[in-house]
Each structure stands twice: as C-alpha cells, then as structure tokens.
Design a protein around this ligand. Sequence first.
Ligand SMILES: [Zn+2]
Length: 211
Amino acid sequence: MLLKARRVNRGNEEADTLAKKAITEGVVMKVLNPRCELKQHLQELFLKKWQNLWDNGNTGRSVHKVLKTVNLKPVFWTREEIMFVTGHGPFPSFLNRFHLSDSDSCACGEVGEPIHYATSCPLTLSWHIRTPSTSLESLWYQRVLENPNSRKRIINMIKFIIDNENIMRLSTHLPLYNKSSLSCIQYTEYTKSFRSQKSLIVIFLFLVFHN
Ligand SMILES: [Zn+2]
C-alpha cells in the first residue's frame, strides 16, 4: 500500500513538473485534425489543382467559355445544349474537322459553327439570338445557357439542324455551291407556323447563274 501510494505521489509530482515547465517554457503539441477537416482540406487542394488544369488545358476550350469554374456538381444540359456548347454535333465545322465532310462551310457560305447558326445564318433565322461582341463571347454563352427562352431556342435550332443536316452544309459535290466560285443565291424562308409545328414547311431555292 505504501509503495503504491508513493508511486501515485511520484506520478503527481511528474505531472506537476511538466505542467510548470509547459507554463514557463511553452510546449508545442501536434494534435491531429478531425477527419472531416482533413477531407475538406484535400478537396480544396484537389479543386485547386483541377482548376489550374482546366484553365491551362488545350481541350474543351469552348466549354471553358461557359464553365469557367470547376465544380463537383453536375451540369444539367440536354443533348442539344451539349452539342451547342461543345461544337460536337451535325455542324460542318465539326464534320470537316474529323474528315466526315469535305467542307466546313454552311450552305450560306459562312463557317458552319454553332454560334453562326445561333446568331447569323439565314437558314436558322427563326431561332436567332443577338450576336455577342467578340470580347463578351464568353459572357454571352453563359447568359444564353442561364436563360430558359434562349435555351429553348438553342434546343429547337439544333433539332432542326439534325433533321436537315444535308441542306445545312456547303458540299463541294454540288457545283452550284462551289466555295471558290459561289454562283448562286440561296433563299430559304420558313413560315411562322413552322416554328410552332417544328417542321419544315417551305424552302425556296433560287439559283442565279453567272457566267
Ligand atoms: Zn449559314
């Protein structure tokens, strides 16, 4: 009993000594962070690295215009919206890039890119959205995809392009649309009911030959 009491006393003394030492000298202690804090820290590091790769990457630049900040939350875009943003769809520019078409031009003569169809192509006049200035193109994409009406226009426009892919591109197989000597005026007009019925009603094609 006496021995045990002495041991207890000795332990108390050591504890007191260490406590005094800690007060007078200071003691650096490392305490493990909680697991959730560690997880959050790792996620922040991961997002930072991902953001850096996304900002300085070579691929997906058209999507980068719209989604500048990386996020773990999914983006709910329709198939048509994904085609519009990525440019991977029935567009002459895309088909030509992968050697699926001999020309990157739209039937109107301009480069057949998604933004061309959304803003200036006479073939998709019914769904046009105001043309962005070059410096604000990124902001334009973001606003278009935040606006329900604009999104609806884009979706219907892409559906139209899919349904009428052959008339949307400038084929060099047709001499009338030869890129080097464009010798025709193509005039396409859609009735107002076309927009609501989502189907092509009338296409007028006037060809004027020049010597
Ligand atoms: Zn066009």
